[in-house]
Write a protein that binds this ligand. Structure first.
Ligand code: ADP
Ligand code: MG
Length: 231
């Protein structure tokens, strides 16, 4: 049955080149992909295939040379830097390979920060942050600091922080790249549960075993995206 679905990401014919010295390196070639609300897409590609370049464009950290990009129905391609910053803050939760937590802050302070930056009061923000921390299973660790947690626990905190603003899109770049295989499985299962709860996820990885946890895999090969298959 065909139902109308909201498109969170709509990338059409994206080109991107880097100019170094006198030469041009084309990194993305006519990349097109749609991600609907509730999807969990893995972008799988070898080192140097253009994954980070594509992630930077999807994450509104860089712009394409050509093609069009709509994020939650907003045309990103025509945004200026200030508008891109705003879009990034409002629409996207980022999870990186290295957790990027603030070491001198407690878990609660780390997770609450995006809400305070948005101007929410501490009083309103605390219960929202606590709920997110509970969702990732770290309610016993609210007042701990990142260095008192394992790598997997730190990544859970980063995930809670990414989701505390209820972003339209969770964008994860090699989220298990620094973790052992058992902990990786736990984090990937958490992504699965978060997706079941309705979160839209794009995960970038070079690892087929990681990509398997998504609903859908697309392959990036020398800057060309193709061969969608159901995982
Ligand atoms: P991946 O994340 O899949 O390893 P990248 O997107 O980082 O791939 O890089 C794709 C290609 O673009 C590589 O050949 C890389 O050397 C080149 N590249 C990436 N960033 C830059 C840059 N800022 N300037 C010039 N070349 C770059
Ligand atoms: Mg990369």
């Amino acid at each position: 049955m065909q139902t109308k679905m909201d498109k969170i990401v709509k990338l059409s014919n994206i080109d991107k080149s880097y100019h170094v010295g006198g030469s041009t390196l084309q990194v993305l070639r006519q990349v097109s992909v749609n991600v609907e609300k509730g999807d969990f897409l893995a972008i799988l590609g070898a080192s140097g295939s253009g994954k980070s370049t594509l992630m930077n464009i999807i994450g509104c950290m860089d712009t394409a040379d050509d093609g069009s990009y709509f994020l939650d129905d907003i045309e990103v391609t025509t945004c200026n830097d200030a508008q891109l910053t705003r879009l990034r803050n409002e629409k996207i939760g980022f999870v990186f390979q290295k957790y990027h937590l603030i070491p001198q802050y407690t878990i609660l302070q780390n997770v609450i920060l995006p809400l305070l930056i948005r101007g929410q009061s501490r009083r309103d923000a605390i219960p929202i942050a606590e709920e997110m921390i509970r969702m990732v299973g770290l309610e016993e660790r609210l007042n701990h600091r990142p260095n008192e947690l394992s790598g997997g626990q730190q990544q859970r905190v980063a995930i809670a922080r990414a989701l505390v603003t209820t972003p339209a899109l969770l964008l994860a770049d090699e989220p298990t790249g620094a973790l052992d295989s058992q902990t990786s499985k736990e984090i990937l299962s958490l992504f699965g549960r978060l997706n079941d709860m309705g979160n839209t996820i794009i995960m970038i990885t070079h690892d087929q075993n990681v990509a398997r946890y998504s609903k859908r895999v697309v392959y990036l090969n020398d800057g060309v995206l193709g061969n969608e298959s159901v995982s």
